[in-house]
Design a protein around this ligand. Sequence first.
Ligand code: PEP
Length: 265
Amino acid sequence: MVIARIGGRVTRIKPLVAGNWKMNGLGGSLSELAALRDHLAASPVPEADAMMCPPATLLTRAHEVLSGSGILLGAQDCSPHPSGAHTGDISAEMLADAGATAVIVGHSERRHDHGETDAEVHAKALAAYRAGLTAIICIGETEEQYREGHTLDVLRSQLEGSVPEGARAGTTIVAYEPVWAIGTGLTPTPPEVAQVHGLIRTVLGQMLGDSEAGAMRLLYGGSVKPSNAADLLFVPDVNGALVGGASLKAKDFYEIMSVYAGSGI
Ligand code: PEP
């Protein structure tokens, strides 16, 4: 059962399975999006929402492929600035103009490859709100931090630094992605995921109030695939997944979504 427990209350949250194509995909890859659209039309999974985040170069064409399908379109990063002299950057407004309704901010590959700080992630989340996009704010500890038992402290500090004060459940999603689990085939155990997601919701409650925190989607990300999705996604306080590698194939992504089919959520 996908639930959030906060302040003694239990809130039901519709899960979201979001795919992150990262720097993968040319025009020909849109056939995978079309295949996902067609799978979901033929065998819907009404218990969960689907979102795909292709590279920015494909957003407009992906928007056309997904039009009317109910599959949400997201982007992978945005500039904090609305426009101006920032060569190569893409604003949240441009993403919205291309058809995106959400944007991932603070993915660990941005934090590590580009040195993005919590303050920058915070600014990008505000840019997303400014453009009318949902911000999918990523947090996660490194392997060293995990091994040394610092996970909970690291996540608390990332949440406090990255999630804006006025964040609302309708336009904010938090994705927990342990860096050591991304693309490695390794995953935390379900009890570890439960502990971490419980902490995330508690910290969000302290920051934003119980009602926003209790309604906010918390996604797990890191080596989610069809074979482990059921174990990872039915953990308390897990409201869906952020999926990297397995989102590139429509069949794998659909199988992950299918764990929710008939689950009565
Ligand atoms: C990701 O990068 O968001 C991710 C979760 O990747 P993977 O599923 O490939 O581990």
